[in-house]
Design a binder for this molecule. Sequence first.
Ligand SMILES: [Zn+2]
Length: 272
Amino acid sequence: MLGPGADADVAIVGGIHGDEPSGVRAVRRVIESNPSFQRPVKLVIANPPAVASHRRYLDVDMNRVFPGDPASPDQERRLAAATLKEINDCSVVLSLHSTHSYDDPIALVSRSNPPVQGLAARLPVSHIVDPTPCFDGAFPACAPVVSVEAGRQLTEEATENATDIVAAFLRLTDALPGEVPTTDSTYYTVTDAVSKQPDTDYELQIENFEVVEPGTTVARSEDREYVADDAFVPILMSETGYDDILGYKGETAGTSLSSARATWGVPPRSSD
Ligand SMILES: [Zn+2]
């Protein structure tokens, strides 16, 4: 816990994936700068055993098993339940990740959580994604969470981006004083996961967030070429990021929060 008081309404969660240290490092940097907190903030390391062993997970991918189960034999299912319990009283939570797919920060927010969409829109993040159709079991699917992919895993840039995002999040929630400059963002909807064959090496031929036209070669493996049937926007696509998928297909939802909400079927809100 940081700041005055005992009942934190705001939380920052790092270490859901133990091989993504930028979130934990970013939180440490903000604390070491010794800022004067105006309200209590809860800090949660979600998967300490995975963080200690620098592995994505030990039993199961924690970000696929929310809400978890306190009685499960799988460590991550128990820790997912424990994490949700920790943030049960919080109205807004920042969850920090990093990726194999993209240098710049990406925010993930559920279309069913309008208040956190407003917060995501004000973070220094230029790509904001609703992953709803493909993120069963993810943390943002079952709590008021903005999940941020801060940059490429294990890079100093990811830690710097995460530090900026933590500082902006603390200002936007009035935990720290100060203004946050506006960032222009584009909003996306995930439509599909792109599966991959086990034990196959892929070379991606496309760039994330750059529209792929039909007929474009998306990826090559040793014996095959994968060509797009339909236009899509690649999201979180990488050669090594996931065991079973290359990443996601999506489409643009809007270039402002209000146009994205119209696409997502979220009624306009006056409060953000
Ligand atoms: Zn992650």
